[in-house]
Design a protein around this ligand. Sequence first.
Ligand SMILES: NC(=O)c1ccc[n+]([C@@H]2O[C@H](COP(=O)([O-])OP(=O)(O)OC[C@H]3O[C@@H](n4cnc5c(N)ncnc54)[C@H](OP(=O)(O)O)[C@@H]3O)[C@@H](O)[C@H]2O)c1
Length: 257
Amino acid sequence: MTTALITGATAGIGAAFARRLAKDGHDLVLVARDTGRLQAAATELHDRHGVEVEVLAADLSEEDGISSVERRLTDGRTPVDLLVNNAGFGNKGRFLEVSMADELTMLKVHCEAVLRLTSAAVGGMKERGRGGVVNVASVAAFVPRGTYGASKAWVVQFTQGVARDLTGTGVRLMALCPGFVRTEFHERAGMGTDNIPGWMWLDADKLVTAALADLSRGKSLSVPDPRYKVLMGAVKLAPRGLLGGVTSRTGRKYGPQ
Ligand SMILES: NC(=O)c1ccc[n+]([C@@H]2O[C@H](COP(=O)([O-])OP(=O)(O)OC[C@H]3O[C@@H](n4cnc5c(N)ncnc54)[C@H](OP(=O)(O)O)[C@@H]3O)[C@@H](O)[C@H]2O)c1
């Protein structure tokens, strides 16, 4: 029996991690802002799977929120064995159409929170000689795509670098790079998705199954779907200028309407 802490655990990919890990018998610490949804998720997972579920209401765009999760991760009385840094969001619009405050909030949640929570978790994991961290990035990390893509590129580089630094300690880190997943993400950002072809959409539960399999194989980077593996192969070969043009045009369609 181990304990997993998941940020953004009340919806989408984070909720899928919570369902799967509870089903596998892991105790959970669920983190998000909405207390009502956290309590409802905790009750459901406890009743269905018989695991212990704590809730921790925290806004990871605020200093208090990040430090309260850091405190939970460094509490040696109830160690966390798996950290899933998943909380995140999108901003609708191209550069200059998004306020500087919103750009900075994104960097706080996607980068500062991930840096600080990873750091808080891996110290104890290293001492215990085991543990894992999954940092949810995106395939947007590999294409020029504004602050969102840049923040996810940081997540990939950071995670793979730390994974290398911790080789041989028993602590595994993996950056997870999904493509489009059916969650609340696009609706929350006010993004239209009508022009995204059906074949590009992934199922959150299947994504999590593939991600956990990659983590157990010791991968530091997971692009968990054959369709996106092929696409990312093509992206590596394509000239950056061409890619920038394509993603910018795509952004115009599925960003501002
Ligand atoms: N959906 C996709 O197509 C897709 C593709 C690639 C990568 N991703 C990445 O996957 C991750 C999860 O996205 P999702 O699609 O599952 O989104 P989602 O369905 O909108 O869920 C987001 C979760 O994060 C929490 N959250 C948001 N802002 C937060 C904050 N400031 N502090 C704490 N919790 C916060 C939300 O709960 P509260 O609102 O209650 O806080 C919710 O539980 C993100 O990092 C996203 O960038 C998504």
